[in-house]
Design a protein around this ligand. Structure first.
Ligand SMILES: [Zn+2]
Length: 295
C-alpha cells in the first residue's frame, strides 16, 4: 500500500502528517517528489484524517477497511480531481480521479455542505492545477476560502511556484523529498539529444513528439529548462562540449541567443496556459532551427 512512499526518506514527512491530522489545516500543499509520490502522500494524508487508529492519535493502521478503501480510491469521503483530465474524457469514461470541470466543481460545492459519511473529515485532492481556466480557478478559490470544518483540501504540484499565489498563500506547504537527481535528469537527457540533433539536421524530433503521450507538461518544462541553461552557458562563453544542446547553439550570434532565450520564456508561458506540450516544444524547436540558419 502506498508503495511509492515506502522508502525511509518519507518517514519524517509521514510523522509530521500524523501530528497535523490531530488538527488538520484546511488546505495542505504537497510539492516535490514524483507525481505518483505526491498522490500516494495525499492518500496517506486522507488515511491520517480518517483511519480510527490515526484519529485516536497514532499512525494510520493501513489494514482497516477505511485505509483499504482510501488506498483503492474507493472511499466515499476521498475526492480526487485533476485539471489535466478533459471534460470529454471524464464524461465518456469517468474514473476515480475526476476532471476539474465546472459541473464537477458545482457538485463538489454541494457535497462540501453535507457532513462526511463517517468520523473524520472529507479529503478533497486537487492535482494538475497549472494553466487552469480562470473561471474554474476562481470557483476553486472560493471553495477553499469558505470555512468548512468537515473538509480538508490537498493541492498537489511539482513546485509551489507553478500554482497561483492566491492558492499557495492559503495552504500549509510541505515538500516531499526530491527524486534522485540522476533519475530526475534521465528522462530529459533523451529529449535533449533529440532536440540537439534536430537543431543540427532538421530531423528526428517531430517523430518523437508526435508519439501519443510522449511528452507531458512536466517533461516539456524540464526540456525547455535545459534549453534555457544551455543558452545561458553559450551566451556567457562556458558552453559544455558534452551537451548536444550547447553544441547546436554555439554557432548563434549574441543577438540570436537573446531572441532564443525570449522564445524559451514564451514556451514556458504557453505550457502554463495548458497548450499541448508537444506543440510547444515543436514550435520552439522550429524557431531555434531557423535562428541557427536551417530552413
Ligand atoms: Zn486504518
Amino acid at each position: 500500500m502506498f508503495a511509492s512512499i515506502e522508502s525511509p526518506d518519507f518517514v519524517p514527512l509521514k510523522a509530521l502528517l500524523h501530528r497535523l491530522a490531530q488538527q488538520p489545516p484546511q488546505v495542505l500543499l504537497l510539492e516535490g517528489g514524483s507525481e505518483a509520490q505526491r498522490l500516494d502522500m495525499a492518500r496517506y494524508w486522507a488515511a491520517c484524517c480518517r483511519c480510527p487508529q490515526a484519529l485516536s492519535g497514532g499512525a494510520p493502521c493501513l489494514v482497516c477497511p477505511v485505509c483499504l478503501q482510501i488506498a483503492a480510491n474507493e472511499h466515499l469521503d476521498l475526492r480526487i480531481y485533476d485539471g489535466r483530465i478533459s471534460n470529454k474524457d471524464d464524461e465518456e469514461n469517468p474514473g476515480p480521479i475526476r476532471a476539474l470541470s465546472m459541473e464537477n466543481l458545482r457538485q463538489l460545492k454541494q457535497l462540501l455542505r453535507d457532513a462526511p459519511h463517517g468520523e473524520g473529515r472529507r479529503v478533497v485532492v486537487l492535482a494538475g492545477l497549472t494553466g487552469q481556466r480562470a473561471s474554474s480557478a476562481n470557483a476553486l478559490l472560493k471553495a477553499l476560502e469558505e470555512p468548512s470544518p468537515c473538509n480538508v483540501f490537498v493541492l498537489l504540484a511539482p513546485q509551489r511556484e507553478q500554482l497561483l499565489p492566491t492558492l499557495v498563500s492559503r495552504a500549509l506547504c510541505l515538500t516531499l523529498p526530491w527524486p534522485d537527481p540522476l533519475a530526475r535528469n534521465a528522462a530529459p537527457a533523451d529529449w535533449e539529444d533529440a532536440l540537439g540533433l534536430f537543431l543540427q539536421t532538421g530531423r528526428g524530433l517531430f517523430e518523437k513528439t508526435s508519439a501519443r503521450n510522449a511528452l507531458d507538461a512536466q517533461l516539456a518544462q524540464l526540456l525547455i529548462l535545459s534549453c534555457q541553461k544551455a543558452l545561458a552557458r553559450v551566451l556567457s562563453g562556458v558552453a559544455d562540449p558534452a551537451s548536444p544542446l550547447d553544441s547546436a547553439l554555439t554557432p548563434l550570434s549574441a543577438s540570436s541567443l537573446a531572441s532564443c532565450i525570449a522564445w524559451c520564456d514564451e514556451a514556458q508561458d504557453a505550457l502554463r496556459q495548458a497548450v499541448t506540450p508537444a506543440r510547444v516544444v515543436e514550435a520552439l524547436a522550429a524557431r531555434l532551427y531557423v535562428a541557427r540558419g536551417g530552413r
